[in-house]
Write a protein that binds this ligand. Structure first.
Ligand code: TYD
Ligand code: MG
Length: 455
C-alpha cells in the first residue's frame, strides 16, 4: 500500500504545493501554506467500476426548468439580487465581514420561506440553537416553522437533513466551522472547507434543496480560506457596508441563474434588515454647507440610478512618498485618474497627499465615476466649490479624453428628480439628457472639465 503522503495547501487560495514554501505561487500571499494529510484515494482496491450515465437532449429540457422553480423569499431586495429567488437544487455562498448582518438576513429569509410552507432548516455552527432562537424572537419571527440545528459535522448534518421530507431551503452558517470525517485535516483548513462544501453542494444537487453557505471574509474583501468554494457554488453574493452606517449592500459577484450587476440595498434597524426600495438619494449627505472637494456622482447600479457623494482631500504632503488612501473605490483607478490629471490637465499632484471617500459606505465599481472623482480632486486641489446644482459622470481614458457611458438619460432624469439642474457629462450623451429645466455641459476632454471648475 502506498504510504500516505501529506500535501501542502495554501490556506488563502487552495493551491497545492509539493513542499512547504514561504510564498504561495498561486496568490502571492506569504505564510499561508500549511501541511495537510492527503485525502484518501477515491477508488478502493484499484478497480474502477464505470457506469454509463443517461444523456438528455437539450431541446427536451423544458420540463426540467419548470420543475426547478425559484424560492422567492418575499424580501424584494434579496429576490432582486438572486435574480428572482433562490434556485432549487443550487448552492449559493453569502460572504461578508463578521457582524455585517449575514445571519440576520438569512434567518429573515428562512422565516419567510418557512411561513410560505417550504421545509426550511437553519444549521448554525457558530451559535447555539437557543441563540438563533433569541435573535428570531427579537426580529418577531419566533412563530415561523424554521427547524434549527447547532451542528458542525457534515455527515451528521446530512443525516439530519435526510430524515423526514426533503428540505427546500437549507442555511449553513458558516462553512468555515464545518468538518467532515472524509478528510483528516483539522477543522478550519482549506481541505476541510472544500470537502465539506463539496458534500453540501452534492446534497443540493441530488435533493433539489437550495443550500446557502455563509462565508466569512477577511478585511481585504477575500472570502478567507474558502475562496476555493467560490468556484464550486452556483452563485456568490457579498454583503457589504460600513459597521458605523446603517446601510448594507448585497451584490452578486457570480450568478449562474441571474444578473451580476444588480444590487440590493438594506438598512439595519432595531427590527432587522429592511428593504430600501428607492435608494437613489440614500448616499447623498445633507448638502447645506458648500465645501471644496465634494462632487455628486450620478451612478447606475444594475438597472437603478443611484446618486452618491464623492469626497476628495488633496493636501501638500510632508512625506517623501505622498499618501493615497481610498475608501469605496478602486485604488488603481484613482492612480490612473491622478496620472491623467497630471499628464493632460497640468495638475501637479506629485507632492500632495490624496484621500478619496465615497459617502455612506457604498463601493462604486463603475468606470463612469472617473469624472466625478476628477471633479472632486480638482475642486479640492484648487480650493473651489463645485456648483451645488450639478452631478458628474463619464469615463476618462488614458489619453485624457472623456468617453461616453451607458444610461446617460436615466442618470440625468434621476438627478433632475432629486433637484439637480445640471450634469457634467460626456459630450456625446446629450440624447434625452437635455430636458427642460436641466442642462448638460458636454465634456470631450478632461482639461475642459478642469477649465470649467477653475473658471
Ligand atoms: P449578524 O447577522 O449576527 O452578522 P453576521 O452573521 O454577518 O456576523 O449581525 C450582527 C449585527 O447586526 C450586530 O452588530 C447587531 C446588528 N443587529 C441590528 O442592528 N438589529 C437587529 O435586529 C439584529 C438582529 C442585529
Ligand atoms: Mg453570523
Amino acid at each position: 500500500m502506498a504510504k500516505a503522503r501529506s500535501t501542502f495547501v495554501c490556506q488563502n487560495c487552495g493551491t497545492l504545493h509539493n513542499r512547504w514554501t514561504g510564498k504561495c505561487e498561486g496568490c502571492n500571499e506569504w505564510n499561508t501554506i500549511v501541511e495537510e494529510a492527503a485525502s484518501a484515494p477515491v477508488t478502493k482496491g484499484g478497480t474502477i467500476s464505470a457506469r454509463s450515465g443517461r444523456l438528455i437532449p437539450l431541446e427536451g429540457l423544458d420540463g426540467v426548468t419548470e420543475q426547478a422553480p425559484r424560492l422567492k423569499a418575499g424580501i424584494s431586495e434579496l429576490d432582486r439580487v438572486t435574480g428572482g429567488g433562490f434556485v432549487r437544487g443550487s448552492a449559493l455562498l453569502l460572504g461578508g465581514e463578521p457582524g455585517i448582518g449575514k445571519s440576520t438576513l438569512l434567518i429573515q429569509a428562512a422565516a419567510a420561506l418557512a411561513r410560505a410552507g417550504h421545509r426550511t432548516v437553519y444549521i448554525s455552527g457558530e451559535e447555539a440553537a437557543a441563540q438563533v432562537r433569541m435573535r428570531a424572537d427579537r426580529l418577531g419571527l419566533a412563530d415561523a416553522p424554521v427547524e434549527l440545528g447547532a451542528e458542525t459535522n457534515v455527515e451528521d448534518i446530512l443525516a439530519t437533513l435526510s430524515a423526514g421530507t426533503v428540505p427546500r431551503f437549507v442555511v449553513i452558517d458558516s462553512i468555515q466551522t464545518m468538518w467532515t470525517s472524509a478528510v483528516e485535516s483539522a477543522p478550519g483548513t482549506v481541505t476541510q472547507v472544500r470537502a465539506s462544501a463539496q458534500a453540501l453542494i452534492r446534497f443540493a444537487k441530488t435533493s433539489g434543496a437550495a443550500v446557502i453557505l455563509v462565508g466569512h471574509v477577511t478585511k481585504d474583501g477575500q472570502i478567507a480560506g474558502p475562496r476555493v468554494v467560490e468556484h464550486m457554488v452556483d452563485a456568490v453574493l457579498s454583503f457589504e457596508g460600513e459597521q458605523g452606517h446603517a446601510f448594507r449592500v448585497l451584490r452578486a459577484q457570480k450568478n449562474r441563474f441571474g444578473p451580476t450587476d444588480e444590487i440590493g440595498v438594506f438598512s439595519m434597524t432595531g427590527n432587522g434588515l429592511e428593504d430600501v426600495a428607492n435608494p437613489s438619494a440614500l448616499f447623498l449627505s445633507s448638502r447645506d454647507v458648500a465645501a471644496p472637494g465634494v462632487a455628486v456622482f450620478a451612478g447606475i447600479e444594475g438597472t437603478r440610478p443611484i446618486l452618491v457623494e464623492v469626497q476628495a482631500l488633496v493636501a501638500p504632503s510632508s512625506l517623501g512618498t505622498p499618501r493615497r488612501a481610498v475608501v469605496g473605490w478602486d485604488s488603481n483607478r484613482l492612480s490612473m485618474v491622478l496620472a491623467v490629471l497630471e499628464a493632460h490637465a497640468g495638475l501637479r499632484l506629485g507632492s500632495h497627499d490624496v484621500y478619496l471617500n465615497v459617502a455612506g459606505g457604498l463601493r462604486i465599481q463603475e468606470p463612469a465615476a472617473d469624472i466625478a472623482v476628477a471633479a472632486a480632486l480638482v475642486s479640492s486641489f484648487a480650493n473651489s466649490v463645485l456648483p451645488l446644482d450639478s452631478v458628474f459622470f463619464g469615463e476618462v481614458s488614458l489619453s485624457g479624453a472623456v468617453r461616453p457611458v451607458s444610461h446617460a438619460g436615466l442618470r440625468a432624469k434621476e438627478a433632475k428628480r432629486l433637484g439637480f439642474s445640471r450634469a457634467f457629462a460626456p459630450a456625446s450623451s446629450s440624447e434625452g439628457a437635455n430636458d427642460s429645466g436641466f442642462s448638460l455641459t458636454g465634456l470631450t476632454a478632461l482639461d475642459s472639465l478642469v477649465a470649467e471648475i477653475a473658471a
